[in-house]
Write a protein that binds this ligand. Structure first.
Ligand code: ZN
Ligand code: ZN
Ligand code: FE
Length: 762
């Protein structure tokens, strides 16, 4: 036998509270190695000793076979002289500064799932079954370090049987903080709208809930991050009732299916989509829907996609298994407010919506909505990054000052940084009411507390009226740095791709406050984290009625028509004009002609609204982004068939993309009865070709050939793919989002990097 060698390995990342030490223990045993492992302030440290080839294999297996909830961010190996120990030990933690990373919530692992459905197992049909490899983490923590006493399991002392598992290093439940069993853990209860029990606590409640769902009742059910409303999606009357009670006219409802096979009966799902669905994070994935599935048309009206997910808790498995191909699982909230996570609040606010409540006595400490993902260009794109991904860090290109970035106004999420790691919070929502503002303040202080980050710098948007901006101004003694909205989008995409130096940023967005005080949103920027120049933009048009223009796309159709044909805008017979009465015609003519209550904007989101309304697809939105989503859906029905004309003009180093020729051509196409899907597709292709042309002009001046695509419009698969293709054909290197959303949900990451780099201590 060769002489033994010894090595020390230091691992950082999410490696505590995820079964990492028992994993190391078992792995060392498998390779016949001695030594020890323990938690360290930064993660896990271990020393191993044995035959050189076994030690190498052990070290290769460490990252390759790591437990499902672990996320290794750094790994260092150094040689040591052999000591000749006799065994491998799990040592207790070192004291001191405990900068561990908290794991996100995970689904149920395969082993726990098998036990859940094994009649002889002591946790048979027990909805809180979990182990070191699975289950709740972030949602149940109340403080740090991560320990049962600092979770919402604190009130459930372990019974003798659970204690034995918890103390045994060879057990799957060794030091798994949230473990429990029917003897010592939380219990589910089924309650009516007044909080009265409908059946005995425990499994009778689960079976009672299934029976009521079958009868077409609406059930509020407590999940990992808060309450969902569950209902049978094949029952028209039930879905209709849910829509009217929730005051939600058309926004699609997400569905949960028991397994991938059931998903595939309702929607098409490729390999990557299946892996995302079945991953521990359990996000909602948008999938092209099948026809003839029997789903109520009210589940996702006017939408070619279904938002589908797999169960994220044992309770979901118990509800769905054997009984349903799918259930509607939509956030339990009052429209526009955060997902409800407290029991009292659920009973009070959902009483008129849900017929009954399947609840339990394990509290949700940190609420989080479901994450939403769409796959394209072979990558996942986040539409919402929340449960399952938070608080996982994003590695920045370099170390920087500690920053709190407060995000934007809509789809708010905040970001905290330490060193070269950035932590984006869960989705907080639109900061429009007291409930979201409270959630914003609470999430900010809690996340900073869990991560032990005291920010030196607070980054905020330039918009003076954003509530997040006002919050930043009042935030303690930290230095305040204002970051332009679209610069933040650009920096967000740069940061997750770890780009340094200068890039071209094509930022197609709703609206954001520009450095000149006007509303921007169709921007071509050139710059770095520290600074940028506006090198191009869409031609400005008016927003008739200001904010109302975003809710009512037909206003934007009028604005674009007015821009290209002035007061002749009303002459053509167009569907979007038929709905405008004589009085409104006068009003719009005056508003647009004289600019009354009609600020100028370069918003690309509003361009999509205008075209959707011109085509008669959507005149008034019942939820944010509806017109653009439906326009893309229509365009997907046609193949590419050329582009419309457009013009690019240059003034003072800033190119203007003038789409008036395109608007005229679209009106012409509609007049001769060209099919809507062909027109919609041609519009997407035109915008992509035109944007690529502007990038070519900018490259000629700046010499930069790297392009980042960011802003809410890049949730659009068709446009992103077309522009990506156009740019790569012109030899650009193109970067898109994969880790954070292109919409305002990813804004805080960009704000944090811009501010951190500007305030960098050098
Ligand atoms: Zn498990
Ligand atoms: Zn127990
Ligand atoms: Fe934005």
């Amino acid at each position: 036998m060769s002489t033994p060698v010894r090595a020390r390995v230091e691992i950082e990342g999410v490696v505590q509270g995820v079964g990492f030490r028992p994993f190391v223990y078992r792995l060392a045993a498998r390779h016949g190695l001695v030594g020890w492992v323990r938690n360290s302030p930064g993660g896990v440290v271990l020393e191993v000793e044995g035959a050189a080839e076994e030690l190498d294999r052990f070290i290769q297996a460490l990252p390759a076979e790591a437990p499902p909830l672990a996320d290794i961010s750094s790994f260092r190996r150094s040689p040591l002289p052999p000591l000749g120990e006799a065994s491998f030990l799990i040592l207790s933690s070192e004291g001191g500064d405990n900068r561990i990373q908290i794991a996100p919530d995970g689904d149920v692992c395969g082993e726990c799932l098998t036990e859940l459905f094994t009649p002889s197992n002591r946790r048979h049909r027990y909805p809180f079954i979990t182990c070191t490899n699975c289950g709740p983490r972030y949602s149940i923590i109340t403080g740090i370090p991560y320990d049962r006493s600092q979770t919402t399991m604190a009130g459930f002392p372990l019974c003798a049987a659970c204690r034995i598992e918890y103390d045994d290093p060879s057990d799957r439940r060794f030091h798994a903080q949230p473990i429990a069993c029917p003897d010592c853990g939380p219990r589910v209860r089924l309650l009516d709208g007044d909080g009265r029990p409908l059946s005995a606590a425990g499994d009778d409640s689960v079976r009672g809930a299934v029976a009521r769902l079958r009868e077409g009742r609406i059930l509020a059910v407590k999940g990992l991050g808060g309450y969902h409303l569950a209902a049978d999606p094949f029952n028209d009357a039930t879905v209709g009732t849910l829509r009217s009670r929730k005051h939600r006219d058309e926004k699609p409802f997400a569905l949960m299916s028991p397994d991938l096979e059931a998903v595939r009966q309702l929607a098409r799902c490729d390999g990557l989509e299946a892996r995302l669905l079945a991953g521990v994070e359990r996000p909602i994935v948008l999938l092209p829907r099948r026809s003839g599935t029997g789903l109520s048309p009210l589940v996702a009206p006017c939408n070619r996609y279904l938002g589908m997910m797999l169960p994220s808790t044992p309770l979901h498995h118990l509800l769905l298994q054997d009984d349903f191909r799918a259930l509607i699982m939509t956030s339990g909230n009052v429209s526009g407010e955060p997902i409800i996570h407290l029991d009292d609040e659920a009973m009070a606010k959902l009483a008129g919506v849900a017929d009954c409540f399947l609840t339990h006595d394990r509290e949700v400490s940190n609420r989080s909505d479901d994450s939403v993902i769409r796959v394209f260009l072979g990558n996942p794109i986040f539409l919402r990054r929340s449960r399952g991904y938070v608080p996982r860090g994003v590695t920045l290109p370099s170390s920087q000052a500690s920053v709190l970035a407060v995000g934007g106004e809509l789809k708010n999420a905040i970001c905290l940084t330490r060193g070269d790691r950035a932590y984006l919070s869960q989705h907080i929502g639109d900061l429009k009411n007291d409930a979201t503002q409270r959630s914003f303040a609470e999430t900010t202080s809690r996340l900073a507390g869990f991560l032990e980050i005291v920010p030196e710098v607070v980054a905020h948007d330039l918009h003076p009226d954003y509530l997040s901006t006002r919050f930043a101004e009042e935030f303690g003694s930290a230095r305040k740095v204002g970051v332009q909205h679209h610069h933040a989008h650009m920096a967000s995409c740069m940061a997750e791709n770890r780009l340094e130096g200068e890039v071209i940023g094509v930022i197609f967005d709703g609206t954001g406050f520009g450095t000149d005080g006007t509303s921007w949103g169709g921007e071509f920027l050139v710059g770095s984290y520290r600074s940028f120049l506006r090198r191009g933009r869409l031609r400005e048009v008016r927003l008739p009625g200001g904010d109302a223009a975003a809710r009512e796309p037909y206003r934007m159709a009028l604005s674009y028509l007015h821009d290209s044909r002035g007061n002749r805008m009303l002459e053509q017979a167009l569907p979007c004009l038929e709905r405008v009465g004589p009085r409104e015609r006068k009003l719009f003519t005056a508003m647009l002609g004289r600019g009354i209550n009609s600020p100028l904007t370069t918003s690309c989101g509003r361009l999509f609204d205008a075209v959707a309304a011109l085509l008669g697809i959507r005149f008034v939105n019942s939820y944010e982004g509806q017109a653009a989503i439906e326009l893309e859906g229509v365009a997907e029905g046609a193949a590419s068939s050329g582009c419309y004309p457009y013009a690019v003009t240059d003034a003072d180093g800033c190119y203007t993309l003038d789409l008036r020729p395109m608007i005229e051509a679209i009106v012409g196409d509609l007049a001769v009865g060209e099919p809507k899907d062909v027109v919609a597709r041609r519009f997407h292709d035109t915008l992509a070709a035109a944007a690529a042309d502007v990038c070519v002009e900018i490259r000629r001046v700046s010499g930069t050939d790297r392009v980042v695509l960011s802003g809410g419009v890049f949730q659009n698969k068709l446009l992103t793919s077309a522009l990506h293709g156009q740019l790569t054909a012109r030899s650009f290197r193109v970067f898109t989002h994969r880790l954070v959303p292109p919409n305002d949900g990813g804004l805080a990451l960009g704000q944090a990097v811009v501010a951190g780099q500007r305030e960098r201590i050098t």
